[in-house]
Design a protein around this ligand. Sequence first.
Ligand SMILES: Cc1ncc(COP(=O)(O)O)c(C=O)c1O
Length: 381
Amino acid sequence: MHWSFDFKRIITHTDRVIAKAKAPDIIKLSWGEPAFPPSKKIREALLEAFNKGYTRYTPPAGLQELREAISDKLRRKNKIDTDPSEIIVTVGGTGALHLIFRLIAKGEVITIPNPGWFAYPSVIRVAEANLVWIDEKKYGYEALQKAREGLKRKGKELKAIVINSPSNPSGYIFSEKQLKEILDFAEDYSAYIISDEVYEDFILEGKHISIASIKKDCVFTVFSLSKTYALTGLRIGYIVAPDKQIAKELTILQLHTCVCPTSFAQYVALVCIRDRIEEEYISKWISVIKENIQYLDKKLKERGITWEKPKGGIYAWFPLPRIDSKKFAFELLEKKKVAVAVGADFGTKWDEYIRITTAVEPEIFREGIDRILQYYDEIQK
Ligand SMILES: Cc1ncc(COP(=O)(O)O)c(C=O)c1O
């Protein structure tokens, strides 16, 4: 059978590590989710959803009261002035990205940051689009113009620019200057910006700026409840569309993809956002993440390994000189029972990098780091 995209290219090494890391005694630092338990209020909200009868189809763009709560949150927290009719509740951030790419990207070219989340290439390929990696730190007017000229020579246009701040995997936060340059480019060359802000609440240094707070008419912003509320299984995210018409088109796509996101999950999301549940624990999680980063930093320094500490997000992204990350991750899993994400999946020059989750209890994190570095030391001998 012949499919429109190549399955071999959409399965990553990290997907394989995660699939293999099933046993309960494995330290799972490969996962993109906070390992902390979700708030008790969330469990209560789920029961409440059933008692209140949120068990049926909802409007395809999501519950009206949820979209209103999101609109208030966007105004308060992100300084994005938007109407509920421009918001679509989706099946996680992944569902959001998929709808956007399906709408605008078939056969087109999209830039993504290098390094960038290992699933971007796969989601883009599933939408039958193409991608170009651009160095995350150089992402700005000049780099985008250069990429565009390269594409022009091949008879192609640049349709959209993905940014992810704070970044998975590097924890990089885009500066206001960079965001403004990206906006200028998008305006000059009629490109869309897709701003993935699923880590907006994990700020370790500096501040988070939503690009749509500067200007929003060419920006799709993607948010998710997965990380902020440790609710990766809830599968709720949302899109802020550039305008009402585009929101309508995304809604129709969603209607004919999955009808609507799960009704009671939407109710839980409503409680989370309306009651600002994250405010009771997020600073505690951030302290744990910082503590874990300190530990890792000390251990890497002892080996003379230089790396850049993350400014946001829930990951540490660092090199282990002279390793092949693909081989290393599988051997580490087998020999030391620790799962890590494979650097090579995150772009074009990261063969010696690994990514680990920092949103983990410190004892587990330390044990994981010790085993990783012990194995690293062993293979250096
Ligand atoms: C950068 C980024 N965007 C989007 C997502 C999607 O998350 P979800 O589909 O759980 O909302 C993830 C998950 O790891 C991510 O790291």
